[in-house]
Design a protein around this ligand. Structure first.
Ligand code: ZN
Length: 228
């Protein structure tokens, strides 16, 4: 599918790096110096898909030190004890060492991982991906049992949302998160980023559905969150 070729790829990376060093870093020197001086104090853990079309810092307008990001195929969070490693360590460190206030699980439209769940034959030659996606299989069962999707695109849409909810449930099985939730010192949030629209839909616990983030902006402003 790709590619531009090895040489061009290398040159694109180096050109970007040069721009960062000569233009971006000097422009934002103050922010970089602050995080060196004070250390990182991210307020949120942002778990999202590895899909290259998602840019968590751009999406949340976060600067250096603002958000702790963990990415993997399908924005999955295996339930505690199932897979101890990468993501479990990130969650524990973010909750206990960095004392983040919030965890966001952010799925997205047109997700290849969710497509692969609907069509497992697509990953039959990729045993590691196939096995990783097991942590999302319960979401697929929900969509299939509900039978409300009229076509492939609706099934994908439902699966993307159900997967975010499932991963939020898995998050609660991690002791560090369960403890903080019991103290009321952490909040979990489920997002779906619409790549084509630039919109984000956020799960509303009261309405029990995803609603456009636009509706939440007023509340956030009222709480002074926009000042950050
Ligand atoms: Zn994805």
């Amino acid at each position: 599918m790709s590619s531009v070729g090895i040489e061009q790829s290398r040159s694109r990376l180096l050109t970007g790096l040069r721009k960062f060093q000569h233009q971006i870093y000097p422009e934002r020197r103050e922010a970089y110096e602050r995080v060196i001086r004070d250390g990182q104090q991210p307020h949120a853990l942002f778990i999202t898909c590895a899909d290259s079309r998602i840019d968590p810092e751009l999406l949340t307008q976060s600067g250096p030190g603002d958000i702790f990001v963990s990415r993997n195929i399908g924005n999955l969070v295996p339930a505690y004890g199932e897979v101890l490693g990468g993501i479990s360590a990130v969650i524990e460190y973010a909750a206990l060492a960095l004392e983040i206030d919030q965890v966001v699980v952010c799925g997205h439209t047109d997700c290849g991982a969710m497509r692969a769940l609907l069509h497992p034959e697509k990953v039959s030659a990729m045993p590691t991906v196939k096995s990783w996606l097991r942590s999302a299989e319960a979401a697929l069962s929900v969509v299939q049992a509900r039978k409300t999707a009229r076509d492939e695109s609706e099934a994908l849409h439902e699966l993307i949302e159900e997967n975010v909810l499932l991963q939020m449930r898995h998050l609660r099985t991690h002791p560090s998160i369960a403890g903080k939730l019991a103290q009321g010192s952490i909040a979990l949030s489920g997002w779906v980023y619409d790549i084509a629209q630039g919109d984000v839909r956020i799960y509303d616990e009261q309405e029990r559905r995803f609603i456009s983030a636009g509706r939440l902006f007023d509340e956030v402003q009222g709480a002074g969150g926009a000042a950050r």
